[in-house]
Design a protein around this ligand. Structure first.
Ligand code: SF4
Length: 448
């Protein structure tokens, strides 16, 4: 159970020395309880109390890192059942299965697509995250060669999959320093797999026949001081796997069940041979509540929609996505190019800038900070109105970039044109199209 501010205060030094940046230990305790301060801010908490407070303030689903450095995949760390309650924290990793039974060409093609497929969407970089390298031959040398091949292809995050600890040991040697996820500890090999995880400081997946067995395995690992655990509930049946995902999340968040408080891994690639169905299964697990999703293959046709869905589910529903206020140059504009203005709702920016780019007409796009609201909402909220637009245009520096004084406003806000001309007497205000889709003909016929 999370500790209250009073519970935390009882464990603090109570000297009110203010070194943590707040006036009293009580104030610091309240901030800690609210998640607004870090324990490290107080240098006088002893180690035992620190461990106790860290344990009590840890998220109910542990955050586990796979890989190292800035490319590491972080999964788990979730605190809510539904994204409208707060936000989901760490998007699930999307990965591809590669086995040592595949031909060299097939292996290289899959790894190449994993590393190269990437997309930009509303300013975010979308790509796959992880390779699941599976031993099917029982040949440690073949598995080690597979790991080397993945490294050579540029893979940074890996799941090493084998039931044989000796094979995993060879894979870990090949992946030295990369902190792969070891898959998987079972009732039959748990001691040997745990020893490897401890020796190489790697996260370890468990796989059981059902959630009771999984909970028993994680308890054994926790007793062995292994903290970074990932759960495979074992089933390859969609209905059961979906139920397991929800039961794990609910048990960890609502039942305070520490033995299920870990991120999960699921294998749509092993649930069906139909690629379309596999994508649908993966989409289900993005929504509820997988930490890592392993696909049989990744192409643009399945990766892009899954990555966009993941982005949509894992953005903060309480904070609109926004683009930075400023002047954006599109298609190398010059002093005679049109000047357009719109709001900083990211989707608006990317739709408008995309249409301008497609038109191949050079233009200056002014993005006004509307706190992430779309044009019409911002206008209704008084954030896209004449006086604030005029202040922005005067300070933006656009007058030094263009020789004309013609400003194109969105057609949806035609009503502000009169007021804007009063606020900007040197400028002529033109009413642009109501829809971004009509920008191309508008720009092709544009005159200052
Ligand atoms: Fe209290 Fe520690 Fe803050 Fe000092 S630094 S006021 S002891 S919480």
């Amino acid at each position: 159970m999370p500790l209250s501010g009073i519970d935390i205060f009882k464990k603090l030094p109570k000297t009110n020395c203010q070194e943590c940046g707040v006036p009293t230990c009580m104030a610091f305790a309240m901030k800690l309880a609210a998640g607004q301060a870090e324990l490290d801010a107080c240098p006088y908490i002893d180690d035992a109390v620190r461990a106790e407070l860290e344990e009590a303030s840890a998220p109910p689903i542990r955050c586990v890192s796979i890989g190292t450095g800035e490319n590491a995949l972080k999964v788990g760390g979730e605190t809510v059942m539904f994204r409208h309650e707060k936000t989901f924290v760490n998007p699930p990793g999307l990965g591809v299965l590669v086995t040592d039974a595949m031909s060299a060409d097939e292996i290289d093609a899959r790894l190449q697509r994993l590393c190269s497929l990437a997309y930009e969407r509303v300013g975010m970089h979308l790509k796959a995250d992880i390779a699941a390298l599976k031993d099917t031959s029982g040949d440690a040398a073949a598995f080690s060669a597979l790991v080397e091949r993945a490294k050579d292809a540029g893979v940074t995050n890996m799941v090493l999959m084998s039931t044989d600890p000796a094979v995993i040991a060879e894979g870990l040697k090949a992946a030295s320093g990369m902190r792969p996820l070891i898959y998987a500890a079972t009732a039959d090999n748990i001691k040997a797999m745990a020893d490897l995880a401890l020796e190489h400081d790697c996260p370890l997946a468990v796989c059981g026949a059902n959630l009771d067995e999984v909970a028993g395995l994680t308890e054994q690992l926790s007793a062995m001081k292994i903290k970074d655990i990932v759960i495979d509930s074992g089933t390859r049946d969609l209905h059961q796997a979906f139920e397991d995902q929800m039961n794990i999340r609910r048990a960890a968040l609502k039942g305070n069940c520490r033995s299920l408080g870990f991120p999960t891994i699921v294998f749509p690639c092993e649930m069906t041979d139909d690629l379309m169905q596999e994508n649908m299964f993966a989409a289900t697990f993005i929504t509820k509540y997988a930490g890592i999703i392993i696909m049989s293959d990744l192409h643009g046709a399945n990766l892009f929609p899954l990555a966009v869905q993941r982005m949509n589910i894992y953005t903060d529903p309480q904070r609109p996505m926004a683009t930075a206020e400023g002047i954006y140059e599109i298609n190398n504009p010059d002093e005679n190019s049109p000047v357009l203005i719109t709001s900083n709702f990211s989707l608006t920016y990317f739709v408008v800038s995309g249409e301008v780019e497609t038109s191949r007409m050079p233009a200056w796009l002014l993005i006004k900070d509307t706190e992430g609201l779309s044009v019409l909402t911002a206008w209704a909220a008084g954030k896209f109105v004449a006086d604030s637009l005029a202040v922005f245009i005067k300070k933006s520096g656009i007058t030094e970039k263009v020789a004309h004084r013609t400003l194109v406003i969105p057609g949806l806000t035609a009503t502000i044109s009169g007021d804007l001309e009063e606020e900007l007497p040197d400028w002529t205000i033109q009413i642009g199209p109501r829809e971004a889709a009509h920008l191309i003909p508008f720009l092709k016929n544009w005159k200052a």
